[in-house]
Design a protein around this ligand. Structure first.
Ligand SMILES: [Fe+2]
Ligand SMILES: [Fe+2]
Length: 327
């Protein structure tokens, strides 16, 4: 269990806890002695680490790699910012730890989102779609799904982001079902919302401390194709799944990005596919802009220009907060 967090470190503190290793290199002091420079951290931030014992520095440089988690014992000092002088550093077994302690993570409560996800998905009453969802979301699968990221950057790019985004899309789709009623197949739309980004489990390296695209993710068409392939495999396991329904569901996955230049294999050509695409876009965009607003600092009322979005965002209330006049 992690007991100390980077955010709470103060000069003079003794440290004895797990940290992620984000970067490491060998340096030399003025007298020529080798030391190990590390960037260690957790979900609250990163801090420089130093191993001054030359023999230990070389051993650790051989034994550890960025992406590992280690138990670190040391003392916090102040030298151009905080620094941890490390006396002991032992590689830990990542499989026994919650990786989301060591990387950016959702601000929302994962067990609470998981409960909502299960209850909303439970509204699907079509027996075939119900069987499909039960076949996919085994407890182990749901565990991996709940801690995964939805992206490397742009939107929901943090542990738990895939669940948060999927839940938002499901909630937006539920609203569409409420408003549009009989005009669309609600069970189909909701199932599409649940499954639309499932391929992200394999598109991104979900076991690392930083989220990178996997070889499979880069070479095989990203999560749209990976999700579609996964769905095909699962459908083949379910006896008597109607071909027409499978075709609709396939189309939902393949078209959810809306446009070919955004990664869709096909443009949405059913009413449910149009609805899913807009729900997906709404969740992604609001999160993207929300992150820009949240990370915006300084007295300017405009965020810096976002290349992907093609614009800056107006944040007048931040400026007012900083002026302290509330205007
Ligand atoms: Fe997607
Ligand atoms: Fe999505």
């Amino acid at each position: 269990m992690k007991t100390q967090w980077v955010k709470g470190l103060q000069p003079g503190h003794d440290v004895a806890t797990y940290f992620g290793i984000f970067d490491m290199s060998i340096g030399k002091t003025k007298s020529g002695a080798k030391f190990l420079k590390l960037l260690i951290g957790d979900r609250t931030g990163t801090v420089e680490g130093r191993v001054w014992d030359p023999a230990l520095a070389e051993d650790l440089y051989r034994e550890l790699s960025p992406g590992d988690v280690a138990i670190v014992h040391g003392t916090v000092t102040e030298f151009n910012g905080l620094q941890v002088n490390i006396e002991v550093c032992l590689k830990a077994d990542k499989s026994e730890l919650d990786l989301n302690d060591f990387r950016p993570v959702t601000e929302r409560d994962i067990p609470e989102m998981r409960a909502k996800f299960t209850s909303l998905a439970g509204r699907v009453s079509d027996p075939h779609l119900k069987r499909l969802l039960e076949a996919v979301f085994t407890p182990g699968f749901l565990d991996s799904f709940s801690t995964a990221t939805a992206a490397r950057q742009v939107h929901h790019a943090y542990g738990g982001g895939l669940l948060e985004h999927t839940l938002e899309v499901m909630e937006y789709c539920s609203k569409v079902i409420e408003v549009q009623g009989e005009r669309l197949n609600g069970d189909l739309l909701l199932t599409g919302a649940v499954l639309h980004d499932v391929g992200k489990l394999w598109e991104y390296d979900q076991s690392g401390l930083t989220f990178r695209r996997t070889g499979v993710g880069q070479l095989l068409g990203g999560h749209v194709i990976l999700g579609h392939d996964f769905l095909r495999e699962k459908l083949a396991e379910i006896e008597g799944f109607p071909e027409g329904l499978a075709l609709h569901l396939d189309h939902l996955i393949l078209s959810h990005h809306g446009q070919r230049e955004w990664g869709a294999v096909e443009e949405p050509r059913t009413i449910e596919a149009v609805a899913l695409h807009h729900a997906d876009l709404m969740s992604a965009r609001i999160n993207q802009v929300g992150q820009m607003v949240k990370s915006h600092k300084g007295p300017d009322a405009w965020t810096s220009f976002d290349r992907r979005l093609g614009r800056s965002i107006y944040v007048p209330e931040k400026k007012a907060e900083q002026r302290g006049d509330g205007l």
